[in-house]
Every structure is written in structure tokens, then in C-alpha cells.
Design a protein around this ligand. Structure first.
Ligand code: TF8
Length: 335
């Protein structure tokens, strides 16, 4: 009896929520959500979460499909597909957006964020949200920031415990001038390259090293082609979920609302998941035989000292205001 009653109640609840979704204004849509990492990664899991959420909120009318491993293209290629309306959604590093809105380079300034909490506050607050709106003139709509994470250095040559150890190392960086200037300052030999080409470049020895959060080093299996990991945490790297403005403008108010809701829910899921995955990744990397080097605070301070040139150059290159605004926001938070 009890069991029958329970299933009736559940049945009614499900029917009710489906009716609500149906009553809302949703059109049947096929939605392509592209991303660069493997399906089995923090990025893949969050895309899956978002997809499930949108299926629920749309009462099954939206078929959102994730495309892993840059199968729809590298970050810059997907950005262009969004702008042209050939793809609906993507997630990627804010760093790869600098060709479209160069102010996004501000997040890449070395050692600008002290911890994840600071990053969350800035990204979700007025500074991060204002910067996101600048994409709209360019044909993209920013939904939310996810965590890529603090970036660390790997290479196949030698342990890097101090800056001098980077000398002569051919290091793949993202296609972003701040990274190029920063690593020149450290004494490395930076080579800009799309992420989708990185594993092969490491494997063939076209480059000696790269830098990414430990979650990515693990999920992309870089431990197979990299021996040394140095915990430099030189940049906190955000991911950003963006949609095609052409496509977005054709959505109903209900659809836009649901999209925003799913974005926020996925953000909260992703940050929690990524932070847990980060601890686990360190264990896996050790187990896989990577040699992990911790840098002293003194050495990190020394490294930071060489980055003034990169910061000054970015500011002088038409970004003085955005640098000032971010610093002011951080000062407020730290008070
Ligand atoms: C990089 C980034 C990438 C991400 C990912 C493809 O090193 O950190 O891992 O943009 O979304 O290129």
C-alpha cells in the first residue's frame, strides 16, 4: 500500500514538473556544446551536468550534445563558429579569447589571484560580469565562468626548482601575448600553439614542456610524455561558457532563463568537482611516475619579480584601465 502510494506521489511530481516545462516556451532544438578536453575530465563532467540540466529544464525538448577533445575545433576555431552561428555553445579558457576581446588578457597576469576564493569573487562579481558583456558586440554571449585552475609547469628535460632551470626549454603556451612575455621573462623559450595540437607536440619533442592545471595534466595523459612537474601556480586560469549571439537572440525568454539557470548550476558543480579532482590528480601523477618539485616562496617571489615587464607591457598596450579595475576589485576583497 505504502509503496503504491509513494509511486503515485512520485508519478504526480514528475508529471507536474514536465507539465511546467511544457507550459514554458521551449522549441525543439539540437544544441552542440564543444570543448577541448577529454570526456573523462573535469570539463567533460561539467558539460554532461549542464546537458542533463538543460534536458530537464526544457522538458526534453532540447537535445544538447557535448563534443569532447576539440572535435568541433580548437578554442579559437569554436569561437569563430559561435560568431558565425555554426555552433551553439562552447567552453574554453578566457586566455584564448584575447583575439576577440583583448581585455580578457587581464586574468592571465602572473600571480594576480592569490587563491580560488578570490577568483570566484572577482569572476562572479561586477568585474567579471562586466568583462563578459564585452563579448556581445563581437557575436558571443558569456554565460558563466568555470574553473580551469592554477597552472603548473611540466617538461621532459629536467626538474625546475628555480627560474634558471627553465633556460632553453621549449615551452608550449596558449596563443596569448601575456603568456609569451611572462615566459620570456622567466627565461624559457615560449612557443604558442593550440591545445588540440599539444599532446602530439610533446610526444614528438617539437616542444619540451607545457603549463596547465594538474587536472588537465592528468586527464590529457601528459604524464605519458612529461617527467617533471613544478608547482608554480603562476596563473589562475578561468574557463568561460559562451554561446553564439546569433543563436541566443532567437531564443524565447523562458529558454534564455533556463540557459542561465543551467549555467549557474553547472558552475557550482564544476568548481567543487574540479577542486576535488585536483587533489586526486596529484596522487595519480605521482603514481604514474612524475617527479614533482615544490618551489620555495622565495623563488616564487623572485619569479614574480620578473613579470613586471609583462604586466607593464599589457597595461601600456591599451589595457591600463582594465588592469586598474581588477587591482581595485582585489584590494576591496582583501580588505
Ligand atoms: C590550454 C588551456 C586548455 C583549455 C581547454 C581546451 O592550455 O588551458 O586546456 O582551454 O578548454 O590551452
Amino acid at each position: 500500500m505504502n509503496r503504491i502510494f509513494k509511486s503515485i506521489v512520485i508519478g504526480l511530481a514528475v508529471a507536474g514538473s514536465m507539465a511546467a516545462a511544457q507550459a514554458a516556451d521551449f522549441k525543439p532544438r539540437i544544441v552542440r556544446f564543444g570543448y577541448g578536453l577529454a570526456e573523462d575530465s573535469n570539463q567533460g563532467r561539467a558539460v554532461k551536468y549542464f546537458t542533463d540540466e538543460m534536458t530537464k529544464l526544457s522538458g526534453g525538448k532540447w537535445k544538447v550534445k557535448g563534443f569532447a577533445g576539440a572535435s568541433l575545433g580548437s578554442d579559437p576555431q569554436m569561437q569563430n563558429a559561435l560568431i558565425g552561428g555554426a555552433q551553439e555553445i562552447m567552453v574554453g579558457s578566457t586566455a584564448t579569447l584575447v583575439g576577440i576581446v583583448s581585455d580578457f588578457g587581464v586574468y592571465d597576469l602572473p600571480f594576480i589571484f592569490a587563491n580560488e576564493k578570490e577568483a570566484d569573487t572577482v569572476l562572479d562579481g561586477p568585474f567579471g560580469q562586466n568583462l563578459m558583456t564585452k563579448l556581445q558586440d563581437k557575436g558571443m554571449v558569456g554565460l558563466t565562468y568555470w574553473e580551469n585552475g592554477f597552472r603548473n609547469l611540466t617538461n621532459s628535460k629536467r626538474p625546475v626548482a628555480k627560474m634558471e632551470d627553465m633556460a632553453g626549454i621549449k615551452l608550449r603556451v596558449m596563443q596569448n601575448p601575456v603568456y609569451i612575455d611572462m615566459f620570456k621573462g622567466f627565461g624559457a623559450n615560449p612557443v604558442p600553439l593550440a591545445f588540440s595540437e599539444l599532446f602530439a607536440a610533446l610526444e614528438t619533442g617539437a616542444v619540451d614542456g607545457q603549463e596547465n592545471p594538474v587536472t588537465t595534466i592528468e586527464s590529457s595523459k601528459f604524464y605519458e610524455v612529461q617527467k617533471y612537474l613544478s608547482m608554480t601556480r603562476h596563473v589562475y586560469s578561468p574557463w568561460i561558457v559562451t554561446v553564439s549571439k546569433k543563436w541566443y537572440d532567437g531564443l524565447s525568454a523562458d529558454e534564455k532563463k533556463a540557459l542561465q539557470q543551467a549555467a549557474i548550476a553547472s558552475r557550482d558543480f564544476e568548481r567543487k568537482d574540479s577542486r576535488a579532482a585536483s587533489t586526486k590528480a596529484m596522487e595519480v601523477l605521482k603514481q604514474k611516475g612524475m617527479q614533482i618539485t615544490t618551489l620555495s616562496d622565495a623563488e616564487l617571489t623572485r619569479m614574480r619579480g620578473t613579470t613586471t615587464a609583462a604586466v607593464d607591457k599589457f597595461a601600456a598596450d591599451g589595457h591600463a584601465q582594465v588592469v586598474k579595475d581588477l587591482q581595485a576589485e582585489l584590494a576591496k576583497i582583501r580588505k
